[in-house]
Design a binder for this molecule. Structure first.
Ligand SMILES: CC(=O)N[C@H](C=O)[C@@H](O)[C@H](O)[C@H](O)CO
Ligand SMILES: CC(=O)C(=O)O
Length: 307
């Protein structure tokens, strides 16, 4: 489907973890059950694969390809949307992954800024994104803004200036930054058919108030059903209820952050809450001690006991 025929992206997207065997190899057999789990247990019908949560920058290009392929295959006819993240530190790998995503039937691609050599200006970043997107001109393209990881903190409103002329397939932003003025400015000044997807799960409600179309995040893997309720409550005008759910998630994350919440902890939390076997993370992310995650699981069950 070409970008112009594509439906605007809304709702929750789970940023998937990459399943590994205990030996640290990509474990494709878990992907089918993972898709089932998201759909049946969390009511999450779209995914963002090979992103931050998926440890994409610790994977080889070959691994990213077989993962993307398996996610697309298992999602086919079941999930609404698969966005494949194709951002790499170098342009050639990114373009190769973008072209590959088009071949395997992904619905869209996204790319973060490279961050070893960082683009110094919005103009340079746009040129990088343009090259990546040009390798898959039929796929909707999303810019993935995640300054806490990339250190590239160019205002998104500057990055978007004139971008539709350079990238005709441009369709929106996955915005994982805290600057809600920048977010609101993008929502209010750029085409209404673009999707602005928020990526800090701990403050999604504030982004919904600014006009977010949907959200991409790691916690939707295991708390999607609660966030679906948050979004419904917000849409119904019940901010008190929406806030109640958001505050529960904040309580959980503040607790987890005290214990050193990172992708390794998050992955183990998912293993325990879902019953899936996604394995350990890959170095330099380290596995966490069982005890710490046990405490977070306990907290989760306690906080959401009445939901
Ligand atoms: C840095 C990072 O991984 N951000 C994720 C997505 O952008 C979020 O989903 C967070 O994991 C989540 O908001 C919890 O802090
Ligand atoms: C969280 C997120 O969006 C990612 O893992 O890329």
């Amino acid at each position: 489907m070409g970008p112009s025929a594509e439906k605007k992206l809304t709702g929750l997207l789970a940023a998937t973890f990459t399943p590994f065997t205990t030996q640290g190899e990509v474990n494709l057999v878990e992907i089918g059950p993972y898709v089932d789990y998201l759909q049946e247990k969390q009511g999450v019908n779209s995914i963002f694969v090979n992103g931050t949560t998926g440890e994409s920058l610790s994977l080889t290009v070959a691994e990213r390809k077989i993962l993307a392929e398996e996610w697309c295959q298992k999602a086919k006819g079941r999930l609404d949307h698969v966005i494949v993240h194709v951002g790499c530190m170098n342009l050639k790998d990114s373009k190769e992954l973008a072209a590959h995503a088009a071949q395997i039937g992904a619905h869209a691609i996204a790319a973060m800024a490279p961050f070893f050599f960082k683009p110094r200006t919005a103009d340079v970043l746009r040129s990088f994104l343009q090259e990546v997107a040009s390798a898959a001109p039929t796929l909707p393209f999303y810019y993935y803004h995640i300054p806490c990881v990339t250190g590239v903190n160019l205002p998104v409103r500057d990055v978007l200036e004139g971008i539709e002329e350079l990238i005709p397939s441009f369709r929106g932003v996955k915005f994982s930054g805290a600057d809600l003025m920048d977010f609101g400015y993008c929502v209010s000044n750029y085409p209404p058919h673009w999707s602005f997807l928020y990526g800090m799960d701990e403050q999604l409600l504030a982004a919904l108030a600014m006009g977010a179309d949907g959200a991409v995040g790691s916690t939707y893997n295991y708390a999607g059903r609660h966030f679906n309720k948050l979004i419904s409550a917000f849409k119904d005008g019940d901010v008190v209820q929406a806030r109640k759910i958001q505050f529960k998630m904040q309580e959980l994350l503040c607790y987890a952050m005290k214990l050193g919440f990172d992708v390794g902890v998050n992955k183990q939390l998912m293993n325990e809450l879902s019953g899936l076997s996604l394995g350990p993370p890959r170095l330099p992310v380290t596995p966490c001690t069982y005890a710490d995650v046990g405490l977070i699981v306990k907290k989760y069950l306690q906080i959401f006991a009445d939901c």
